[in-house]
Design a protein around this ligand. Structure first.
Ligand code: ZN
Length: 308
């Protein structure tokens, strides 16, 4: 007798932990399901738990052994814990990669830097457009987060719809990127959702998150009250926060310097992908000597604000 089709979910990493997100969805008869992979990220080790280790990634051996049944890799957003392992692991999986414009540009950069073919990353349009991958039809539903162009995925399968939320923030004025749109999610919900997979950072916090748009004033006051040079650090990919900081710095009478590869790459990509429409003028680091220290704001970072 033919085996019945089944829908399966397997978290290779990321569920119940921060970092190395990698989620498999499968559909088909047991043992011959077709798969999609959602995200392929890294975890940054700490000096306490893994001294000398640069990056930690999910163990993909299980899906590597079934790579001929992997129909696509979908990247929800460009945080390192969602896309950081793509370049390093893609050669073992080979499936086409789908992401929206800004995320795709970051993903292509990851592929290139790892010596992989960046054209395997394809740009996807937003919901209600869908990408067909085996038995799955996947829509990118825009959602606010601390990086531009984050998307929840609406995954349609013959066994029903799954809403994979990805990280999200219900910010209706995020400064850069799309606002949280309750109506959009209501309309998606009205279609009927079989299961929602949700593992956003701080999702169990009972407090509402503050909107990015409310931070400019307090940051300007803080920068203006500082006596010497101010150095601010954050996730390089938090383009909205960089903009908020730079604007606050300018309003406080300071020149703004952007230091570090990750931060410069993110700002350049955000401009190219047209998610960042404006950014205050910045000063070339080589010209910083001519400016008194109390007139400087330096934006400096590791790519996820890590210590090294
Ligand atoms: Zn994230």
């Amino acid at each position: 007798m033919a085996k019945p089709d089944r829908l399966i979910y397997l978290a290779l990493g990321g569920a119940g932990e921060i970092g190395m997100n990698a989620y498999l969805y499968g559909y088909g008869p047991a043992g011959s399901e077709r798969f999609i992979l959602v995200d392929l990220g890294v975890t940054f080790p700490t000096m306490e738990n893994a001294p000398g280790v640069d990056l930690i990634m999910a163990d993909i051996a299980w899906i590597q052994a079934r790579a001929d049944r992997l129909d696509g890799i979908f990247i929800t957003h460009a945080h390192e814990d969602h896309v950081g392992a793509l370049g390093l692991l893609h050669a073992r999986l080979k499936a086409p990669v789908y992401a929206r414009r800004f995320t795709a540009a970051i993903a292509q950069n990851k592929m290139e830097r790892a010596g992989q073919d960046p054209s395997l990353v394809r740009q996807a349009a937003v919901w209600p457009q869908r990408v067909q991958a085996g038995p799955f039809s996947v829509g990118f539903v825009p959602v606010a987060h601390s990086i531009p162009e984050c998307s929840s995925l609406l995954i349609e399968t013959p066994a029903g719809r799954i809403l994979h939320t990805a990280d999200f923030k219900t910010d209706v004025d995020p400064v850069v990127g799309e606002a949280f749109d309750a109506e959009l999610f209501r309309s998606v919900g009205d279609l009927g959702i079989r299961a929602m997979t949700c593992d956003s950072t701080n999702v169990f916090s009972p407090q509402p998150g503050r909107s990015e748009s409310g931070l400019g004033g307090p940051l300007q006051e803080l920068i203006a009250s500082a006596e010497g040079m101010v150095v601010a650090t954050t996730f390089a990919s938090n383009v909205a926060r960089l903009k908020t900081l730079a604007e606050a710095g300018r309003a406080a009478g300071r020149e703004v310097i952007v230091l570090g590869r990750a931060m410069n790459t993110m700002l350049k990509t955000a401009r190219t992908a047209e998610v960042l429409k404006s950014f205050p003028p910045t000063l070339d680091p080589l010209d910083a000597e001519s400016v008194p220290r109390h007139r400087l704001l330096v934006l400096a970072t590791g790519s996820q604000g890590e210590r090294r």
